[in-house]
Structure formats: structure tokens, C-alpha cells
Design a protein around this ligand. Structure first.
Ligand code: DON
Length: 310
């Protein structure tokens, strides 16, 4: 494929097709501010290795990245504690919902992987380390801004506060894991870090820019700076492929065949190694909490570019 594909036309066509799609799924309603987002929104950003950027639809509108932040938090935490992190979090798909608690009982409070809520809460606990929550939150924000090369990225405090007020299941996960010794700080401090990271507000363009290191063996192709080692980038991509869509990860691999990470805000970050960093956003979700049209758009992108890993 390569030279003959017209990516700008493909991206524009997909956005037009998504604008006309009848079944858009339903926005998440368990985090109140997310329920108010217009389900007709759709954005897509495709950034190639050389920095060429193809945008369509609402690609510059910021949305709540939610669980996509788990990729950046994991990257940062691996930088802090290295492979010791894997003593506290596994690398297997859970086959369960993103917020499930059941496996923790038989598995001694060690979450299956860093992309389910329990695993990401452990990662947030690692990022908290010896800091105050606001310092850990500030570090994550600075990291994401540096990755994207964009200092305008912010955390939506209303979203973070809504989750602090309603996130009882996450509080249960944190407290339960604390009883096994796998959360080292009072649950509310760790959850403060986790909820603020989930409340990062980014556009498709900013998200695709931030994900560039994953398509380029760990180096940011914009700056040449090595963000993580080649091995770590490969492993993060492997986890995105196997665990990035929770109990829908198999279906995402089946339909799209790329490492991808979804969030309940309706965004998906997908990586075509050596080719492109892609972000899509449409707030309506499918039954497993992954963006309905975001997945469809990526499926069509891969069909037309031949970018599947398989
Ligand atoms: O903890 C939560 O429930 C949310 N902050 C994030 C969940 C999420 O994005 C799951 N994604 N599909």
C-alpha cells in the first residue's frame, strides 16, 4: 500500500460516513458531566511518522480522555519504578468489565493488567509515591503536555469532582486492594490522582500527538527524544492490543487489529507502528463501554490503509 493511499481523502470520507451513521451508541451516564455530551460529535486525527496530520470532524474539540490516560500513566510509572511495577500489576487480559472487582479476591489484590480500573488505580498509587496528590497530578499533566507539545492541555476539574463524588466502585477497588497491601496510600489520596488523570481533556489532534512515541519504538518522532525504551514501547503496545478494550479487546483486535486504548468519554487512541498515531472520538458507547463509531471508524481506516498488524 503506502505511496498510493490518499490519507486525507480516506479520513474525510470516514468522517462523512460517521456523520450519517444511524447507530451511535449511548454516552456514559455514570459520570454525570459525560452524560451531557452531544452524541452527534465525531472527530478523527491521523498523524504520520513524518508529522503529517490528517484531521476531520470535531478533531480539535477537547473531550474527557478517561481511561486512555492509563497509557500515559503507565508509561510515566514505568519510568519511575521500572519493571518492579509488574510485581503489583499483571499483564493478562481480564475478560471482565473495566470496573470489575471479582478477580481481585482469588488473585490476592493483584489486578490483571494496568488498563482495567483496578490496575490503573495501582499505577496511580505508584505515581503518588512520596508526593502530595497535587504534585503527582501536576507531573502527569506536564508529561502529557510534553508528549503532545501542547501546553494548553488541561484537566477538567468538574469531571474529576463528579467522579470523586460518585466513584464508589473505584473507592471499593482501592480499599479492597489496600486490604491486600497493594495500595500503599489512603484510598482517597490515590483516587484523587486517578480521577484527575482520567479527567484530562484533550482533542483528537492532541491525543494523536501525545501517542506518537508508541508508533515510533518509544521515541517522539517530533522531537527525536526517547520517551521509553523500544522494549517498553513494544510491551505497552502489546498490552493495548490485548487489554485496551477490556472484555471487548478480542473484538477490537478482530475488527481493527491495532493496539488501541479506549475511554468512556468515547475516545480511542490507536497505534499503527511505524506508520501513524490515530485518535478518534465519538461519545456514544457500545455495550462494553467502548466508542461505537470510534471503533467503526478505525475498522474502516484499517480496511482502506491495510494497517492492521495482521
Ligand atoms: O474510573 C472510571 O470509571 C473512569 N474514570 C474511567 C473508565 C473508563 O474510561 C473505562 N473505559 N472505557
Amino acid at each position: 500500500m503506502g505511496a498510493e493511499i490518499d490519507l486525507s481523502a480516506i479520513v474525510a470520507d470516514i468522517a462523512a460516513e460517521m456523520a450519517a451513521a444511524p447507530d451511535r451508541g449511548r454516552p456514559a451516564d455514570y459520570i454525570p458531566p459525560l452524560a451531557a455530551i452531544d452524541p452527534n460529535r465525531f472527530g478523527i486525527a491521523v498523524i504520520e511518522m513524518d508529522g503529517t496530520c490528517h484531521l476531520a470532524g470535531d478533531a480539535d474539540e477537547a473531550f474527557s480522555i478517561q481511561s486512555i490516560s492509563k497509557v500515559f500513566a503507565l508509561t510515566l510509572a514505568l519510568g519511575h519504578v521500572g519493571d518492579q511495577l509488574w510485581r503489583r500489576v499483571g499483564v493478562e487480559p481480564s475478560g471482565s468489565a473495566f470496573n470489575s472487582i471479582v478477580q481481585l479476591e482469588a488473585e490476592q489484590g493483584i489486578p490483571r493488567n494496568p488498563f482495567i480500573n483496578a490496575g490503573a488505580i495501582v499505577v496511580a498509587d505508584i505515581l503518588l509515591g512520596r508526593h502530595e496528590p497535587r504534585e503527582a497530578i501536576g507531573e502527569t499533566l506536564r508529561f502529557v503536555r510534553a508528549l503532545a507539545g501542547d501546553d494548553t492541555i488541561v484537566i477538567d476539574r468538574a469531571v474529576a469532582e463528579a467522579e470523586l463524588a460518585t466513584g464508589h466502585r473505584n473507592a471499593a477497588l482501592a480499599n479492597y486492594m489496600r486490604s491486600f497491601g497493594n495500595i500503599h496510600h489512603p484510598a482517597e489520596r490515590t483516587l484523587g490522582v486517578y480521577f484527575h488523570q482520567c479527567a484530562l481533556a484533550m482533542s483528537c489532534r492532541q491525543l494523536a500527538l501525545a501517542g506518537r512515541y508508541l508508533m515510533a519504538a518509544g521515541a517522539n518522532p517530533g522531537t527525536g527524544r526517547q520517551v521509553v525504551s523500544r522494549l517498553r514501547a513494544r510491551r505497552i503496545n502489546a498490552l493495548m492490543m490485548t487489554c485496551g478494550h477490556y472484555d471487548g479487546s478480542g473484538e477490537f483486535a478482530f475488527r481493527v487489529g491495532l493496539p488501541g486504548k479506549s475511554g468512556v468519554g468515547g475516545g480511542i487512541l490507536a497505534v499503527a507502528p511505524g506508520r501513524a498515531s490515530v485518535a478518534v472520538w465519538s461519545p456514544g458507547l457500545n455495550a462494553r463501554g467502548n466508542s461505537q463509531l470510534g471503533t467503526l471508524a478505525l475498522e474502516r481506516l484499517v480496511q482502506r490503509t491495510g494497517w492492521s498488524a495482521f
